[in-house]
Write a protein that binds this ligand. Structure first.
Ligand code: NAD
Ligand SMILES: O=C[C@H](O)CS(=O)(=O)O
Length: 484
């Protein structure tokens, strides 16, 4: 942190109405790799959340009336500032979240790509004219911003999950209030500083860091001034927030938990499959919603695949994300470590075989060794639950029909992956998988041009792509009469 203290991107007050706002209480933000104290951040209260929502409501009229080209230019300026400060932002992100610096830099570029994408989309909010059923009428359809948008975001991508929502909301003409995760507020506050530097007007982008998630969340989902709430996080919390939004019939976007299958057919390029699995499984130490969670390998190629995978996993370097050449950083907190280890122990008790890892790097600390379990089955918690850690749960299958049924046997439906070089199989399996996103011969599928989102209990709404803007717009039908 000492290398950042001179940076004006390290903020410890909250930000709304274009001003840095203190609070009566503060909470500690610590580095998961070392436990060191990074900052003591103002602990926003529900009353302050109401002030922030009011500020967003006050700013909505002028922001939504701004020509789209002007909103676009401001988003692009913000994007340029993120890239100009990519190294500082990445270091801040690694310090508070733990991911390796290279991944953090990638996340800053990824977040910035949504600002660029929606700066362009802002200028393409088109309406319709529709042939009227009567000669004296005309039908017009216009799209307008929904209004004040609130957002609640997770700790695993503390920059990109906010940028992905704010970019679309602001492009549409909405104003925005976000509560980041308590573990990672610094990246959110740095985004606010750069929004101010970009010239985004007061009240348009507002950040409330707090330990009172429930209290702040109640305001962000129930305040009458709020038109929509966009949530990224666990399915369990998503259901709570959905119920709260239902009271006021508010628009919602839900980007929730996952349980991604990764299927390797016997006709796959096994080296490519191993590479894709390593990327999908171990990114952010397995702490992403689209990480592979279950690995199914066709029986005839399981020994060969497993051997290649073990070699790749053995080469992973685990340590403090600020050090060069690190592949795996720490898990976010003690509870995460205990959850991952309990899933591994449960699987072994139930008969799974441990190939490597299966324990913390040291008795203390939040580093969990990259782990391969084989011989897992559907009855095990490691298959049923989202692992959110660096654990590969391997099992074999015989037929395409069998593995498709197993892959779909979950209440989640976010991302799925499979490797095959048979074009007929590629179409059958892509269409047969009950997921919002499918990676074919590819383990990393997220980008701003594509519609990111899930089905079933992984939520609904899409982020990124041309579809992502629709979530922040409402359709108005105008009937012009008396024209005969
Ligand atoms: N689908 C996606 O795009 C996506 C992306 C990232 C993470 N996730 C999911 O998020 C989970 C991990 O992230 P997490 O641990 O931060 O999730 P989480 O649901 O515990 O917390 C997410 C956010 O919700 C807040 N929150 C928690 N309880 C709340 C309440 N009662 N009222 C209001 N806000 C509340 C937290 O403070 C945090 O800001 C995983 O399940 C992962 O799959 C999904
Ligand atoms: O964890 C969830 C994020 O959405 C992951 S990604 O970087 O968008 O794939």
């Amino acid at each position: 942190m000492s290398t950042l203290t001179q940076s004006n991107l390290v903020k410890n007050d909250n930000y709304w109405q274009g001003r840095w706002q203190s609070a009566a209480q503060r909470f500690a933000v610590t580095n998961p790799a070392t436990g060191e104290l990074l900052a003591e951040v103002a602990d926003a209260t529900p009353a302050q959340a109401q002030q922030a929502v009011s500020a967003a409501a006050e700013a909505f009229g002028s922001w939504s009336a701004l020509p789209a080209a002007e909103r676009s230019a401001l988003l692009l300026r913000w994007q340029q500032l993120l890239l100009a400060h990519q190294d500082e932002l990445a270091l801040l992100l690694t310090l508070e979240q733990g991911k390796p610096l290279a991944e953090a830099k990638g996340e800053i570029a990824y977040g910035a790509s949504y600002l660029q994408w929606f700066a362009e989309e802002a200028k393409r909010v088109y309406g319709d004219t529709i042939p009227a059923p009567a000669a004296d009428k005309r039908i017009l359809v216009i799209k307008q911003p929904v209004g004040v948008v609130t957002a609640i975001t997770p700790w695993n991508f503390p920059n990109a999950m906010i940028a992905r929502k704010a970019a679309a909301a602001l492009a549409a003409g909405c104003t925005f209030v976000v509560k980041p995760a308590q573990q990672t507020p610094l990246s959110a506050l740095a985004l606010a500083e750069l929004a101010a530097q970009a010239g985004i007007p007061a009240g348009v982008f507002n950040v409330l860091a707090s330990t009172d998630a429930k209290g702040i969340g109640a305001v962000l989902t129930k305040d009458p001034l709020v038109a929509k709430c966009s949530f990224t996080g666990s399915t369990q919390v998503g259901k709570t927030l959905l119920a709260q939004c239902a009271e006021g019939v508010k628009r919602v976007s839900m980007e929730l938990g996952g349980n991604a299958p990764f299927i390797v057919f016997e006709d796959a390029d096994l080296d490519a499959a191993v590479q894709g699995l390593m990327a999908s499984k171990f990114r952010n130490a397995g702490q992403t919603c689209v990480c592979t969670n279950r690995v199914y390998v066709q029986a005839s190629v399981l020994p060969q695949f497993s051997q290649k995978l073990q070699q790749a996993v053995a080469a992973l370097r685990i340590g403090n994300g600020t050090a060069p050449g690190i592949d795996l950083g720490p898990l976010i907190d003690e509870a995460a470590c205990q959850k991952v280890h309990s899933l591994v122990q449960d699987a072994m008790t139930a008969g799974a075989e441990l190939i490597c890892g299966g324990q913390r790097q040291h008795s203390s600390g939040l580093f969990y060794l990259p782990t391969i379990l084989t011989g897992v089955n559907a009855a095990m918690a490691v298959v049923q639950q989202e692992i959110f850690g660096p654990v590969v749960a391997l099992q074999s299958f015989d037929s395409e029909a069998e593995v498709l049924a197993k892959a779909n046997a979950t209440e989640h439906g976010l991302a799925a992956y499979f490797y095959s070089r048979d074009i007929g199989r590629i179409f059958r399996v892509s269409e047969g998988l009950s997921y919002g996103m499918v990676g074919v011969n590819e383990g990393i599928i997220s980008n701003a041009a594509a519609p990111f989102g899930g089905v079933k209990q992984s939520g609904y709404g899409r982020e990124g792509s041309k579809y992502g803007l629709e979530d922040y717009l409402t359709i108005k039908y105008i009937c012009l009469g008396g024209l005969a």
